[in-house]
Design a binder for this molecule. Sequence first.
Ligand SMILES: NC(=O)c1ccc[n+]([C@@H]2O[C@H](COP(=O)([O-])OP(=O)(O)OC[C@H]3O[C@@H](n4cnc5c(N)ncnc54)[C@H](O)[C@@H]3O)[C@@H](O)[C@H]2O)c1
Length: 377
Amino acid sequence: MKKIRLGMMGGGIGAFIGDAHRRAARICNDFELIGGVFSTDYQKGKQFADLENILPERCYPTLDAFVKGELTRPLNERIEAVSIVTPNMLHHEFAKKLLKNGFHVICEKPMTFTVDEAMELQEIVNKTKLSFALAHTYTGYPMVRQMKEIVKSGVLGKIHRVDAQYYQGWVNSIIQGTGSGITGVWRLDPNFAGMSSCMGDIGVHAFNLIEYTTGLQIQKVLADLSPVKENVQLDLDGTVLLQLPDNIKGVIRSSQVAAGEENNLTIAIYGSHASLKWSQENPNFLYQLSDAEPTKVYKPAHDYNSSFAQASQVMPSGHPEGIYEALGNIYKGVARSIRGEQLFDGEFPTVEDGVRGMKFISNVVSSNKEGNIWKVL
Ligand SMILES: NC(=O)c1ccc[n+]([C@@H]2O[C@H](COP(=O)([O-])OP(=O)(O)OC[C@H]3O[C@@H](n4cnc5c(N)ncnc54)[C@H](O)[C@@H]3O)[C@@H](O)[C@H]2O)c1
């Protein structure tokens, strides 16, 4: 099958997640990187393009130049889909311009700065019918997809409680002044990050994972956030109580200053018959607990998994796949969407998930500001 011509905004030399996107696009084998705006510094962007064998004329200094340049090319040469892997403040502006000019978009989270901006993107996607994916990478893991399918099957009985945790420690050394060579510090600056650091950067992944795996929408949130230290402008740590339909309760616990923690994202769903637990740092094991029998462990690439989970692992069982493949599965879903193929439920997070994420961030910030009160999403 012909590769889809891919562009990229950001992600050049020294950038973090752009490299993972390129690997993911390569792994899923449906895309070819053709051009983009790889850096704020055009010289650095050109250096990167050279390393990647990208033609100099497809390396642009700005988004405007990119759109203008690509639209002058015939359709069979033009870049078709664009990944946005810049800091948060550019997501809305870039996605809007790209969609309005006919490009499919794969956008990093959080989708925008505000709920209104998110809803505007939703309207544009609905109108243009272009494919739009939000890079909630963790939904690409086979065992997260299996979790979604098990919940759907009703095996858990009545869900009582959901509990998601996302603990990292890397910001601790920054606020203590001991970190050196750490990138991504823009996350602490509202001009780059938006209204939240901890909840906007990682709490929103936990939120998305709960809604993704349960298929339910969180109705209300009550947040207690902390900047941890004086002179820090945004939250670095927080707890959010949740209310879901049918009197289901839950909690999101999230921190960027939990010293020693790496990328400790976990989710547990507790039901009347059984419960499920999954952890990002050991993504190939999904645990099903019950009072009546010993714990079951699901692993990828076995016939006992759902067809969706099975389609999400490339290698045979016992060959661990990880974060690049998870993101690759999201790229695979986008490729299938662009080609008009029949999709599984949840092949990639959508613009609707982006709107939900922005409602979460905005409401936890205002809940905290207004004295830890319940807010309706
Ligand atoms: N899905 C995930 O799990 C995950 C993980 C990490 C980061 N992210 C998200 O990815 C985004 C980028 O994060 P990062 O850690 O890679 O940041 P980064 O600072 O490492 O890289 C950002 C890149 O954007 C470029 N850039 C900035 N302004 C630009 C402009 N005007 N035009 C073109 N390029 C520009 C920079 O030069 C740099 O190459 C953020 O929104 C972040 O929330 C998501």
